[in-house]
Design a protein around this ligand. Structure first.
Ligand SMILES: Nc1ncnc2c1ncn2[C@@H]1O[C@H](COP(=O)(O)OP(=O)(O)OP(=O)(O)O)[C@@H](O)[C@H]1O
Ligand SMILES: [Mg+2]
Length: 459
């Protein structure tokens, strides 16, 4: 999502920069044209007003009185820097008054043009950059020329102020536009962000659908397509799950038959010479039976298997007590002291899965704890969280291996007894199905293993 915003920025910023540049050029052009026009009009008015002071006295052209002229020109603006100059020339081109040599705005050849037509030009005079306006004034002795000029500083300054102000407004406008676009994009993309969070939070093991009604119309086709893929995946997982469960189930009956036959054969005196071979065969078939059972338990714990099943309240205390009782005889045979420390605790769960979970933990504890050891099976509440745990004082599992042992078919090298490395994978999967945490730590005395499954708070 950040990429969409970044891309938008990468696209917008150069476009806005070009727009600002073009805007700047247009602003400059407008500032120059408007100020030039306004100041030229003022200069033309000054020339016209000055022309009124040109009069013929006894056939001789005069311009004055000087005091009125100077107050008129000062009124036209001009401090020391912004000087206003003038020059009046007779029809024959002779200088009458003002600044001698001040260039006229008329081209010499056009000096006899129509009356009242003001001409303008830019020129340098005595080191000053001037804007010059000249006017033809008809007199009794011919057409005289009145020229007024002002330095360009004032209009340049006004142009700058106008340009600067306009650019500032443009810049602010563009910034606000960018901000609005950004806010629009941010809020527009929020549903996408929520969908992303949902997808991220979605466990890859659980193939449940996304809520199509919770997303805006534009995103719905995407979510619908996504859900269709999830359904396909779910169906494929379901087929695989059923195959494993069916295969394991199909194996159980003939394997149980085989075991029964072998037990009979072992007891038959005629088989005495091959008793050792029969014993190996029996252990092999027991291993096969155990593997089929473990595969079935794993298949039962698959998330796809529990997709539509509702969870039921399960009391952990009686479950713990009955399972400990069921394992008393085996523990006794192994010389292990097994006990229950069961406190009342209830979870929302699947009682058969929870039984598989505890059976695997107890099986491990009994299998890996040497004779003379102790195994305790507990249930209770930990900070309002229901939990079950199995603790033993056997060899334990080194910290570096505690994650690895949850993997399917992983057995620690040199592990005694019969096993196919599925027990803790089954526990892990069942814990996930109940949104519970499965942790492996060392036992209370620092020896052995303590395997705890902590369930979510009940609401
Ligand atoms: N209580 C325990 N004490 C010491 N090691 C253990 C304990 N529980 C499990 N382990 C180790 O973790 C490994 C994985 O256990 P897991 O239950 O998954 O497989 P398994 O017992 O070998 O086979 P299965 O449970 O499928 O019969 C075991 O091989 C064993 O080395
Ligand atoms: Mg095991």
């Amino acid at each position: 999502m950040t990429t969409v915003r970044r891309r938008l920025l990468l696209l917008l910023l150069p476009a806005l920069a070009i727009l600002m540049l073009l805007g700047g050029v247009v602003d400059y052009w407008i500032a120059v044209a408007t100020t030039q026009d306004a100041y030229d009009k003022a200069l033309a008015s000054l020339a016209l007003a000055s022309a009124a002071y040109l009069h013929a006295d006894d056939g001789k052209l005069e311009f004055g009185p000087a005091s009125r002229i100077s107050s008129l020109l000062q009124g036209g603006g001009g401090d020391g820097e912004e000087a206003t100059l003038y020059a009046v020339t007779a029809p024959d081109g002779a200088f009458i008054a003002g600044s001698p040599g001040l260039p006229s705005a008329f081209a010499a050849a056009a000096a006899a043009g129509p009356r009242s037509k003001v001409a303008f030009r830019d020129a340098a005079f005595q080191g000053l950059s001037l804007r010059i306006a000249s006017l033809r004034v008809p007199t009794a002795s011919g057409v005289a020329t009145v020229t007024v000029a002002e330095t360009r500083e004032r209009r340049v300054r006004t142009q700058r102020v106008m340009l600067f102000g306009k650019l500032l407004v443009d810049f602010a406008e563009l910034d606000i536009t960018l901000l609005l676009i950004w806010i629009g994009v941010y809020y527009g993309l929020r549903p996408l962000g929520r969908l992303r969070d949902e997808v991220e939070a979605h466990s890859p093991r659980e193939l449940h659908r996304f809520d199509e009604s919770a997303v805006p119309g534009e995103l719905r086709p995407l979510v619908v397509a996504f859900n269709r893929v999830l359904e396909l995946l779910h169906d494929a997982a379901m087929v695989q799950h059923r195959f494993v469960a069916d295969a394991a189930h199909q194996m159980r009956t003939p394997v149980a038959g085989l075991l029964a036959q072998i037990e009979l054969l072992i007891q038959d005196p005629r088989a005495a010479p091959v008793a050792a071979e029969l014993g190996t065969l029996q252990r092999g078939i027991q291993h096969l039976a155990h593997s089929a059972n473990q595969l079935l338990a794993l298949a039962r714990a698959e998330p796809v298997a529990t997709w539509h099943e509702g969870l039921q309240p399960v009391a952990l205390k009686p479950l713990v007590e009955s399972l400990v009782e069921r394992h008393l005889e085996r523990a006794d045979r192994a010389g292990i002291d097994i006990g229950a420390e069961a406190q009342d605790a209830q979870v929302s769960g699947d009682v058969w899965l929870l039984e598989d979970l505890l059976v695997n933990l107890i099986d491990n504890a009994l299998k890996y704890t040497p004779a003379g050891g102790h195994v305790t099976v507990r249930s209770g509440m930990d900070d309002s969280h229901p939990f079950v745990e199995v603790e033993d004082d056997g060899p334990g599992i080194p910290e570096a291996e505690r994650q690895r042992v949850r993997e399917r078919f992983y057995r620690r090298p040199g592990s005694p007894g019969m096993g196919c490395g599925l027990g803790l994978a089954i526990v892990d999967q069942i814990a996930r199905a109940h949104q519970a945490d499965f942790t492996i730590v060392a036992g209370a005395s620092g020896r052995g293993a303590r395997m705890r499954v902590r369930f979510p708070r009940r609401t």
